[in-house]
Design a protein around this ligand. Structure first.
Ligand SMILES: Cc1cc2nc3c(=O)[nH]c(=O)nc-3n(C[C@H](O)[C@H](O)[C@H](O)COP(=O)(O)OP(=O)(O)OC[C@H]3O[C@@H](n4cnc5c(N)ncnc54)[C@H](O)[C@@H]3O)c2cc1C
Length: 131
């Protein structure tokens, strides 16, 4: 039974998914359920449904700095790697929490915003209002 049916698009929900496919180091077991939400509404629904069914929740990003154990992760794993929109205004940027750090740094450069030069080679995701 898919407890997320009619709430989260089917293509975003994977069952018994090998997490080695979602981490840089390419080892580790499976997630019972792995979901890639792209909106705040979907994230809210996932948390509500997981709580309703008393399932543990784990959040990962791009998987650059995690080592998953062979036994995998029970319950619901949320990957925020597709929650990755960036809005740029005149003097600031708002990045959703799955944005590639390197993309943030590159976009800042394109818009002549300074301060994120140091991040141009750091792997992984970030999210913030950069001012
Ligand atoms: C080679 C290398 C160089 C690095 N250099 C630097 C550096 O110079 N400076 C620096 O600051 N960092 C550095 N880091 C750390 C790295 O930038 C951060 O760990 C990065 O943010 C991880 O992003 P990720 O999306 O891959 O997270 P993951 O590896 O997927 O997750 C890492 C941890 O963060 C948690 N997590 C991930 N996303 C979220 C979220 N949205 N909300 C809550 N929890 C979350 C996960 O549960 C996990 O515990 C480096 C890492 C590596 C591997």
């Amino acid at each position: 039974m898919n407890i997320f049916e009619h709430q989260i698009p089917l293509e975003k929900v994977k069952f018994n998914e090998p997490l080695k496919n979602h981490t840089f180091i390419k080892i580790g077991g499976n997630a019972d359920i792995l979901i890639h939400p792209t909106t705040i509404d979907e994230i809210t629904k996932i948390v509500e449904i997981a709580n309703l069914h008393q399932l543990p929740l784990t959040v990962i990003g791009k998987g650059s700095n995690v080592i998953i154990k062979d036994g995998g992760i029970r319950g619901v794993t949320i990957s925020l790697s597709h929650f990755n929109q960036i809005k740029v205004s005149e003097d600031s940027m708002i990045a959703q929490s799955g944005v590639d750090i390197i993309d943030v740094s590159r976009l800042a450069l394109e818009h002549s915003l300074t301060g994120l030069e140091f991040a141009c080679g750091i792997p992984g995701s970030t999210g913030a209002h950069f001012t």
